[in-house]
Ligand binder design. Structure first.
Ligand code: AMP
Length: 204
């Protein structure tokens, strides 16, 4: 079972992805997290993307697509992915489609956490009190929300047309959202299989 989770920055995407990962023994592919590691480790990619990323813009597709292929092609994790932060635009969605069919996989369900900009501003200011991310100021949060609306909403429409989309009200409590996700999962082919604990640690 492969899942995509969408939601604007601050929607609780990471928290919910974490819940799904634990409950269904999946691996979370968070491109934001992978890219932040590249910056932290001062790799060649990290140096290239640092300015762009801290300004709230998207990193070049070529860079992100390559990172995704390395992961999707890894047999150890086949059919156990939750994509968080990818795809972010239609070209990336096309790329993911091609990669998944190349490696004999597919997307089973797409979840969208729906949250207003007001709630996001409030959550980001709360998050800043406990965790420092260079792209977490209110101004950058608005920029990232706008980037999300502009580039990612068309991708969500794309999955809606494929009948894969489930919209979840992200304004409610974490537990309520967990429960709704669990109910949705029961209808998804392959969820029982992923209840089996898995022997590999995720290396990405
Ligand atoms: P996130 O943690 O998902 O909010 O991502 C943080 C930042 O990483 C974004 O604002 C982008 O600069 C970059 N990023 C993450 N995922 C992608 C992606 N799929 N395509 C391009 N840039 C990305």
């Amino acid at each position: 079972m492969n899942i995509i989770i969408f939601g604007p920055p601050g929607a609780g995407k990471g928290t919910q992805a974490n819940f799904i990962v634990k409950r269904y023994n999946l691996f979370q592919v968070s491109t934001g997290k992978i890219l932040r590691e590249e910056i932290k480790n001062k790799t060649e990619i990290g140096q290239k993307i640092s300015t762009l990323m801290t300004s709230g813009s998207l990193v070049e597709d070529k860079i992100v697509n390559k990172l995704i292929e390395d992961i999707v092609s890894d047999e150890n994790y086949k059919n156990r992915f939750i994509f968080d932060g990818y795809p972010r635009n239609l070209d990336q969605a096309d790329n993911l489609n091609n990669l998944l069919s190349k490696y004999d996989q597919k997307i089973n369900i797409v979840l969208k956490l729906s949250v207003t900009l007001e709630t996001i501003k409030k959550r980001i200011s709360e998050r800043r009190a406990i965790e420092t991310r260079p792209d977490d100021s209110e101004e950058i949060a608005i920029k990232r929300y706008e980037t999300y609306e502009k580039s990612t909403e068309p991708v969500i429409e794309y999955y809606k047309k494929l009948n894969l989309l489930k919209v979840i009200n992200g304004e409610r409590s974490i537990d309520q959202i967990n429960n709704e996700i669990s109910e949705i999962m029961v209808d998804i082919e392959g969820w029982l299989y992923t209840l089996t604990p898995y022997k590999y640690d995720f290396k990405y």
